[in-house]
Design a protein around this ligand. Structure first.
Ligand SMILES: [Zn+2]
Length: 260
C-alpha cells in the first residue's frame, strides 16, 4: 500500500445505491457482495461509482464473502465493455458487501481484504450495507452504509472512513439490467444447491420431497423478489410517462408563446 495516497471522496450514483440496497435486503441469513465500477480522478483522489456487478455466491456460508479470480476477471471484462460503449475510462474501483443483523463497521477480515485490494490499487474502496439490524430503543429496522479504506498504523491495520456522496442519476440501461438479472442469479444459486443434494439419494420419496423444496424456494424468489422489482419498475415507468406529458405540455405552451 502507498501510505500517502488515499481517497478523499466517493461519489455514488443513486441508481447503483438503489441496486446495492435491494441486493443487501435479499437475505438476512448470509452476506451478499458485488463489485463497484466507475472512474477515478487520480489528481483529486475522487472515486466516481457509476455501475456495479452483483456477484453470484458459490459458497453459501454465513459471514463468508470472497471474490473468486474468475469473478474479478468477469467484472473487468464487463468494465471494458462499458468503457468502450460509453467512451469513458470505466474499470473496477471497489467492492460492497452486506452485514445482515450486525453493525456496519468492517471486521478485521474486511479490513485485511480491503488492504489486499489496495495493494493492487491504492484508491480501491469498500462499501458495507448493514441491514436487518434493529435499533434496540426504537425497535425499528435500520439500514446503514459505510465507506472505508484500510490504513496502516504502526504494525496494525485500521479502517479509514471516506466521505460518501450520493449523486442523483437517471436509471442507466446497464444498471437496469443488473436489477433485472438479480432474480436470475438467485434462482441459479438455488438450483445449484439442489443439484448437489440430488446426487445423494435414489429414494423416489426423498427425490419428490427435494423437488417440492426446490419448487417452493424458486416460487419464493418470484414472489419476494421478481414481483416487487416488477412493481417498482412499473411505478417508475408511469412516473416517467407523467413527467414526459408535463414537459410536452410546457414545450407546446412555450412554442405557442413564441409564435404570438
Ligand atoms: Zn464484513
Amino acid at each position: 500500500m502507498e501510505p500517502d495516497k488515499h481517497l478523499q471522496k466517493v461519489e455514488l450514483a443513486s441508481d447503483v445505491y438503489a441496486i446495492c440496497i435491494q441486493h443487501a435486503l435479499i437475505t438476512e441469513k448470509q452476506e451478499v457482495m458485488g463489485l463497484l465500477l466507475g472512474e477515478i480522478d487520480e489528481e483529486e483522489c475522487i472515486s466516481k461509482i457509476s455501475a456495479c456487478m452483483i456477484l453470484h455466491r458459490s459458497d453459501k456460508q454465513p459471514d463468508r464473502v470472497e471474490i473468486s479470480p474468475e469473478q474479478l476477471c468477469g467484472a473487468s471484462a464487463y468494465a471494458e465493455e462499458l468503457a468502450s460503449s460509453l467512451r469513458k475510462p470505466i474499470r473496477v474501483i471497489g467492492w460492497y458487501h452486506s452485514h445482515p443483523h450486525i453493525t456496519v463497521w468492517p471486521s478485521h477480515v474486511d479490513i485485511k481484504t480491503q488492504a489486499n485490494y489496495q495493494m493492487m490499487d491504492p484508491l480501491f474502496v469498500g462499501l458495507i450495507f448493514s441491514v436487518y439490524n434493529s435499533d434496540p430503543q426504537t425497535k425499528s429496522n435500520q439500514v446503514q452504509l459505510t465507506c472505508f479504506q484500510a490504513k496502516v498504523n504502526g504494525d496494525q491495520l485500521e479502517r479509514r472512513e471516506v466521505p460518501l456522496f450520493i449523486q442523483n442519476a437517471p436509471l442507466a440501461p446497464y444498471n437496469l439490467k443488473q436489477i433485472v438479472d438479480l432474480p436470475k442469479i438467485l434462482i441459479q444459486e438455488e438450483l445449484e444447491i439442489h443439484s448437489n443434494n440430488d446426487g445423494e439419494t435414489n429414494d423416489p420419496l426423498v427425490k419428490l420431497h427435494n423437488d417440492a423444496v426446490k419448487t417452493v424456494a424458486v416460487a419464493n424468489i418470484v414472489s419476494n423478489v421478481s414481483i416487487p422489482i416488477l412493481e417498482g419498475l412499473t411505478a417508475r415507468l408511469s412516473a416517467t410517462q407523467c413527467r414526459i406529458k408535463e414537459l410536452q405540455a410546457i414545450k407546446e405552451k412555450l412554442l405557442a408563446e413564441l409564435k404570438e
